[in-house]
Structures are given as structure tokens and as C-alpha cells.
Design a protein around this ligand. Sequence first.
Ligand SMILES: [Zn+2]
Length: 180
Amino acid sequence: MTKRPWSWVFLFAALLLTITAFWQARHQWTVLSRWTSVTGTLLRRDVPRNHDADGSLYFQMKAAFRYPVDGKERESSSMSYFGSTDFGWIAPRVLAYNLGSQYPIHYDPASPEVFEFGAGYNTLYFRTSLRYLWASAVCVLLGLLLRRLSQAPRRCVQCRRTVRSFFRYCPDCGESISPA
Ligand SMILES: [Zn+2]
């Protein structure tokens, strides 16, 4: 019986994780829905050594693009939305960008020098949100599992013997068991 409150803890955690996933994605949705989408040419790419808030190394790709804004060409640079403390993780993702090639970018119409590359409905751009959704799914499964384990066993109405959920007749007294 003590498992039942725990199942609610897991289901509540799943709800919080789902809300967090959507909260985390709000910037991405703003970029994809409000910012102007154009094609830019990659001029330079680099992986500067930055430190995050706790002082450990955090790698992001820095890229300079040339792209048209209101008919005029503009040059600006931006850090990738993706990043990692693991250089081995980020290196192949940076190398996938070829100098001189064209890529879709999104710039902020209110300040066109602010832009993002790699924005789109892809797992890399929504990586943080997808992690929260994944954790939420695990919590839902654990919560439902605990709920199932905490259910009182079914009993035959006639002889009170515990019966399995798939039994149609009580093996002891033959009483028919109504489906749950
Ligand atoms: Zn029975």
C-alpha cells in the first residue's frame, strides 16, 4: 500500500519534467516562428575555449556568416546553440560545416546582427528539451508500474481466493469472475 503515494510522486515529477521541456524550448520556438529565415554563407568557423559558470571548459562552435538583410549583405558571427564539455562530441558536428557552403540561418528582425545557425526541428536543436521529455517518460513508466504493483489483488466473490486478472473462473469454486 505504501507504493501508491510513490506512484504519484513519479507522475508529478513527470508533469514537472514535461513543463520544463516546453519551457526550455521556448527560445527555439521563438527563433523558428518569429525570426527571419535566409540562406547564409559560412565564412569562418572556430571552437573557442570558453568556461561555463562552474569554471569547467565548455565548447561551442563560433561561426561567421554572410547573409542578406533587406537586400544588403551583412556579416556577423554567432555561437552555436549546441555545446558540450566534451571536445570529442562537438568536433564532428563542427567539421560537418564546410567553409564557403550555404546554410539556412535565422536572424532576429529587431536586431539583424543576431542570428542562429543550425536552428530547425532537429534533435540537436531541441536536445535539452528532449532529455527532459525522455526523463518524463521514464517517470511515467515508473509511476504506472508502481500503481499496478500497488493494486489490491482481485478475489473471488464466492470463496475470497485471490485470482489472477486473466482468470475467467475461480480455480477453487468455479465461480465466474467478472472482467475488471
Ligand atoms: Zn472461488
